[in-house]
Design a protein around this ligand. Structure first.
Ligand SMILES: Nc1nc2c(c(=O)[nH]1)N[C@H]1C(S)=C(S)[C@@H](COP(=O)(O)OP(=O)(O)OC[C@H]3O[C@@H](n4cnc5c(=O)[nH]c(N)nc54)[C@H](O)[C@@H]3O)O[C@H]1N2
Ligand SMILES: Nc1nc2c(c(=O)[nH]1)N[C@H]1C(S)=C(S)[C@@H](COP(=O)(O)OP(=O)(O)OC[C@H]3O[C@@H](n4cnc5c(=O)[nH]c(N)nc54)[C@H](O)[C@@H]3O)O[C@H]1N2
Ligand code: SF4
Ligand SMILES: [Mo]
Length: 741
């Protein structure tokens, strides 16, 4: 057991840990550290209290029960009643306790005292911080209109209050994580099926997974259900340039040439059509555009595709035939993150088309209609500000952007250019674009255009490091949140509740409270004239059976079957059918059927760099977590032995990775688990913030080398378009110091 783990073991040691942190000016003294916690009653020392909550280490919100002893969270257990998470908490979920008792936690509001990014801070009281924030927001609104403030909130149930605040304040420049994550996938499926389907992986017989890594990039319950399905005989085929853990457990793995999945799926469509293996009844009754599709895919033969994607024609044919034989319980897994290529929407459209040809819609083991329990809310009529510009600042920069989500890439470009109008304020909550927005130098450039930037975080993330005002937030284990309703899965649809296991530590305050205070100062208090309890009550008012279950068990499961519910009903598309051919794309300049444009070969001496995940890291958010640092506290560059030998790079050597966006140095991991033309590194290292003391000075930041290209249709960031060169900087005798895997 290492020093870090031992220090996290007991309450006394946790106190010590926090006291030790007091040395740092930005975190401040530990006086009254646990003063607000829910203490055990006198004479009850050692009594264990159980609190229902939901993990917040990633968006899945797995149900958990916190064990609280003498006001200290001692252990997190999965909530066994919660079907969505299948009685599981992953490594990151277990480490939630490390987030709560992180000595690097922010304790007080901090105002920048030196140059931006210099790390000099002045402690403010909450009143001072909120007065200043309100004054700055008001000044920007008056000088540049209210749309001159940009709001960005990560995945969280309290993000709804940031959005509400933005709306009543009067800015429609609101960005979520989605344009760095999955909007091209959503666009493709919404335009094809009229809905973003939920895969019934549990009952599926044949899963083809491309551009997803479900056994490391965990999505509950799919990650567990695919394994269960495989035990029952299901087949898993993975296309990935890396030998991921998903690839390792799959029946077949193909190291596809990055960016060529469209060729593979068009060839699948060719085989399904030409060999008449498609689901004839479904195609005839429920789809439109089959004739155009059939003509379109004639030229996309498996032999043609093989040359593009590096997968043999015989395998493309066989996989297609096997899937056709297993239909309708066969699927191309829809995936999640598609912030990868400039034609990502079209790649996912081709996958959606293959799914439609397999007729797996609304079928057991296929793609199912999302279901969600409807919650109530506290409504409002946002004021209208007639001096505002007409549209979002990023409007019109992509062919078919989602106006609610916008595009981080294009918004950042607009802020840098000051066009079509200036943005001078930025409010970020629970998001870290300095690490998760490709091209870090541009994010810095953007921030340098601002008059005032406010960041609400639990620790001094790289984004907080660049802000003017940093506001400390409580972790999920200290928060009472709105109840969360999630869309149906193979397991169920349902709800989960997050209650505070302990009171907020230090001077941390939830963002609901923060925006409420700001609203009051900006004379918008009427829009936040309620408590969290009121909000939850409004959510649950019309669903008393759910409220009762949440109170009793912390979760509610709706276990009605998710398939066989859409028969005889229209699809929410203009033709009311599944649109193989999307006619309305034409007026936006988008190909109504996916057209393949050959991908530029990676030139000799260059590599394509790709993004991915492992099971211990949540994007950029958990790399400094003391418990997870036990498993990995550094990243390294995956590089294949052949190019490594040519470049005289050995295991553990220090290498420089360079692209037009920037240069980073890190250790090499020489491995056959990646294609020779591709390199990879984990996200969340190479931080600039000295407030992240477990990882500061370790590894490299992938966002600093990724170029910021975008999916043409949606403006989704395209993070796999960057070519890099790799050069050796120094030998390392210490090959073993490269992160374990
Ligand atoms: N442990 C963990 N779990 C997570 C998260 C986390 O950070 N950590 N994040 C959550 C979130 S927000 C999301 S969006 C999901 C993301 O989950 P996924 O959608 O599964 O996304 P990634 O993990 O990014 O996996 C993309 C995979 O595609 C591969 N790849 C790269 N280029 C190509 C290509 O051209 N073709 C093909 N076929 N493959 C390619 C990469 O090597 C990588 O393994 O995971 C969620 N779950
Ligand atoms: N290089 C790279 N870029 C990526 C990805 C990648 O894998 N690699 N993934 C993409 C994807 S799929 C996504 S979804 C996005 C996600 O990108 P982001 O939305 O930036 O998400 P995280 O990296 O998880 O950063 C979350 C931030 O919130 C803070 N935080 C954590 N818990 C709390 C809390 O309870 N309260 C508050 N106030 N703050 C908290 C963390 O300290 C961290 O600073 O990134 C995208 N960009
Ligand atoms: S998958 Fe892991 S990190 Fe994500 S919510 Fe579930 S337990 Fe937490
Ligand atoms: Mo994501």
């Amino acid at each position: 057991m290492s020093e870090i783990t031992r220090r996290l073991m007991t309450r006394r040691q946790m106190l010590k840990l926090s006291a030790a942190a007091s040395a740092a000016a930005m975190i401040g003294p530990a006086t009254g550290l646990f003063s607000g916690r829910a203490a055990a009653a006198p004479g009850q020392a050692g009594a264990v209290k159980s609190v229902f909550s939901a993990c917040d280490m990633c968006f899945n919100k797995c149900g958990l029960i916190a064990r609280v002893q003498q006001g200290v969270v001692t252990k997190l257990d999965p909530n066994p009643r919660y079907l969505k998470s299948r009685g599981m908490l992953c490594a990151r979920g277990n480490a939630g306790i490390g987030q709560l008792y992180d000595p690097n936690r922010l304790k007080y509001p901090l105002l920048r005292a030196g140059e931006r990014g210099q790390g000099k801070w002045q402690r403010l009281s909450w009143d001072q911080a909120l007065d200043l924030a309100a004054e700055k927001l008001q000044a920007i609104a008056e000088k540049y209109t209210r749309c001159g403030v940009l709001f960005m909130a990560g995945t969280d149930t309290q993000s709804t209050f940031v959005h509400r605040f933005a709306e009543v304040f009067g800015s429609y420049n609101v960005i979520s994580h989605e344009s760095n994550c999955l909007i091209s996938r959503n666009r493709a499926y919404l335009d094809t099926f009229g809905a973003m389907p939920i895969p019934d992986t549990l009952n599926c017989k044949y899963i083809l997974m491309a551009g997803a890594n479900r056994f490391e990039a965990l999505v509950t319950p799919d990650s567990m259900d695919i394994v269960t399905a495989m035990h029952a005989g299901a087949k898993l085929v993975v296309l990935d340039p890396r030998y991921t853990k998903t690839a390792a457990l799959a029946n077949e793995w193909y190291p596809i040439k990055p960016g060529t999945d469209l060729a593979f799926f068009l060839a699948m469509a060719h085989v399904l059509v030409n060999e008449e293996l498609y689901h004839k009844k479904f195609v005839a009754e429920r789809t439109s555009g089959f004739d155009q599709l059939a003509a379109h895919v004639q030229k996309y033969t498996p032999e043609w595709a093989a040359a593009e994607c590096d997968i043999k024609a015989v395998d493309i044919r066989r996989i297609t035939r096997e899937m056709a034989a297993a239909k309708p319980a066969a699927m191309v897994y829809p995936g999640r993150r598609t912030s990868d290529y400039e034609n990502s929407t079209q790649i996912r459209r081709a996958m959606a088309i293959v799914n439609a040809l397999l007729g797996n819609w609304d079928q057991k083991g296929g793609l199912t209609l999302p279901r969600q329990i409807k919650t109530g809310h506290i409504g409002y009529d946002a004021p209208f500000y007639d001096d505002n510009p007409e549209d979002r600042v990023d409007a019109g920069r992509a062919q078919m952007m989602f106006s609610e989500e916008g595009s981080f890439k294009y918004t950042r470009d607009a802020v840098i250019e000051g066009k079509p109008y200036p943005i001078k304020g930025w409010f970020t909550y629970k998001t870290n674009p300095m690490q998760t927005g490709a091209n870090r130098a541009k994010t810095v450039e953007m921030i340098n255009q601002l008059d005032f930037m406010i960041t609400v975080d639990i620790n001094l993330s790289d984004t907080a490091w660049m802000a003017d005002l940093v506001l400390p937030a409580p972790t999920s284990l200290e928060r009472e949140d709105p109840v969360s309703s999630f869309q149906g899965s193979s397991a169920c649809s349902g709800m989960v509740m997050r209650n505070p296991a302990v009171s907020p530590m230090f001077e941390s305050r939830p963002v609901f409270w923060i925006v409420k205070q700001l609203a009051r100062r900006l004379k918008l208090g009427e829009f936040f004239d309620f408590t969290m309890a009121d909000f939850r009550q409004a959510q649950l008012k019309k669903i008393p059976e759910v409220a009762a279950a949440l109170a009793k068990e912390g979760v509610y499961n709706d276990t009605r079957p998710s398939w066989g519910v859409h028969q005889g009903k229209d699809f929410r598309t203009p033709s009311k059918k599944v649109e193989l051919y999307v006619g309305r794309y034409l007026k936006h300049g988008v190909d109504p059927l996916p057209v393949y444009h050959p991908r530029q070969e990676v030139p000799e001496g260059k590599f394509r760099i790709v993004v991915g995940r492992n099971a211990y890291i949540s994007q950029s958010a958990s790399t400094n977590n003391a418990l997870l640092c036990e498993i990995q506290d550094d990243n390294c560059l995956w590089i294949h032995p052949r190019p490594a030998a040519k470049l005289a790079i050995g295991p553990g050597d220090l290498v420089e990775v360079a692209s037009p966006a920037g240069t980073q140095k890190l250790k090499a991991r020489v491995t056959e688990e990646i294609r020779p033309d591709t390199v990879y590194m984990d996200t969340g290292y190479g931080v600039i913030s000295k407030g992240l003391r477990n990882i500061y000075g370790k590894g490299a930041c992938i966002a600093a080398v990724l170029e910021d290209r975008a999916d043409r249709v949606t403006g989704n960031m395209a993070m796999h378009e960057t070519l890099v060169s790799v050069t050796k900087v120094a030998d390392s005798a210490a090959a073993a110091t490269c992160p374990k895997r």
